[in-house]
Ligand binder design. Structure first.
Ligand code: ADP
Length: 160
C-alpha cells in the first residue's frame, strides 16, 4: 500500500491546494494531508481551524486523511509510514524553494520520494496569503476556495 503525505501550512486551504489533493488521491492508496502546526509565518487560522476546513473540503474523497504535525516534515512522514511526499508547484513562486527543501529532505530521509504536481493553470497565481489580503478588502474570492473557507474568511473579517 502506497501512503503519501501532502504537507503544508494551509492557512487556509484554497482550490489550488484542493486540486492537487484530488489528483494525488487518485495516484496513491492513502493520502494524508499534514498540517504544519507552527510554520514560520503569521497565521490567520489556528491549527484546529485549518485541519477542520481541510476535513470539510475533502470529506468526499474517501482515501484522504487530515492530521496536524509539529517538527520535521520527514519525521511526520516516517511516523505515518509514508513513502511519498506530494507538493504543488506554481510557475514562478515555488521551484527554487521546493528544490532546496527537496535536497535537504532527501538527505534527512533518503527513502522518501518527492512527487510534485504542476498547479492547475487557473490557480497558478493563487496563494493563501494573497487570498487573505483580497478577502480582507472584501474582494470576490468565492471561486478560489471551498465554500467552508469563504464562510470562515467572512467570519474572520467580521472579527468573529
Ligand atoms: P508551505 O508553508 O509548505 O508553503 P502552503 O500551504 O503555502 O504551505 O502550500 C502547501 C503546498 O501547496 C506547497 O507545495 C505549495 O507550493 C502548494 N500550493 C500552494 N498554493 C498552490 C496552488 N495555488 N496550486 C497548487 N499548489 C499550491
Amino acid at each position: 500500500m502506497t501512503i503519501a503525505i501532502c504537507p503544508g501550512s494551509f492557512d487556509p486551504i484554497t482550490n489550488g491546494h484542493l486540486e492537487v489533493i484530488q489528483r494525488a488521491a487518485k495516484l496513491f492508496d492513502k493520502l494524508i494531508v499534514g498540517v504544519y502546526a507552527t510554520p514560520h509565518k503569521y497565521l490567520t487560522f489556528t491549527v484546529e481551524e485549518r485541519v477542520d476546513l481541510i476535513r470539510k473540503a475533502t470529506s468526499n474523497i474517501p482515501n484522504v486523511e487530515v492530521q496536524y504535525f509539529t517538527g520535521l516534515t520527514v519525521e511526520f512522514a516516517r511516523q505515518v509510514g509514508a513513502q511519498v511526499m506530494v507538493r504543488g508547484l506554481r510557475m514562478t513562486l515555488d521551484f527554487e524553494r521546493e528544490f532546496d527543501m527537496a535536497m535537504m529532505n532527501k538527505k534527512l530521509y533518503p527513502g522518501l520520494e518527492l512527487v510534485c504536481f504542476m498547479a492547475a493553470q487557473q490557480y497558478q497565481f493563487l496563494s493563501s496569503s494573497l487570498l487573505k489580503e483580497v478577502a480582507g478588502l472584501d474582494g470576490a474570492i468565492d471561486d478560489l476556495v471551498p465554500s467552508c473557507v469563504a464562510e470562515a474568511l467572512r467570519k474572520k473579517a467580521m472579527g468573529e
